[in-house]
Design a protein around this ligand. Sequence first.
Ligand SMILES: [Zn+2]
Ligand SMILES: [Zn+2]
Length: 155
Amino acid sequence: MRKVIKTRWWLMDCSLPQRNWARLRVWNDGTCDLLDSDDRLHPFESEAAAVTFLREDEFVPLDQLLDEVTYNRVGPSPLVPPEPARADCPTCGSSWTEGLYGPECDTCGGGAMDRPCPVCGGICGRVWRRAVMDSQDSGLAHWIGHCGLAARTQG
Ligand SMILES: [Zn+2]
Ligand SMILES: [Zn+2]
């Protein structure tokens, strides 16, 4: 029995924003037909012949267009790596994300995911955030922050 095995929609790229559609159907005997937006049905011997015809008329497959639209909306992926969902101390095994740290451990360095300003011992009231990757890679606590007192004395 003759039946359609694939249907693909095409859109004429240069006709945007007018929509010039074509519907390409592939039959199970390998033949094709193309319904254009004027409701004319064009038979083709093969899908390749129909695709060549469509390409010459600057038609683009709809799924390809959608890929481009999706890409443009999302944009290139940001270069900043996401925060790890979990972070553990590689030296003493404390789970920083659970707020734990080893008091004697250089990698923990006196805090879990954050700690009071290490410059002035917390007098300035600032909290520094752990640089997880740097801490884990170096085995020494790395903190991101600025001492509020130092900023004040600098003017
Ligand atoms: Zn540790
Ligand atoms: Zn400080």
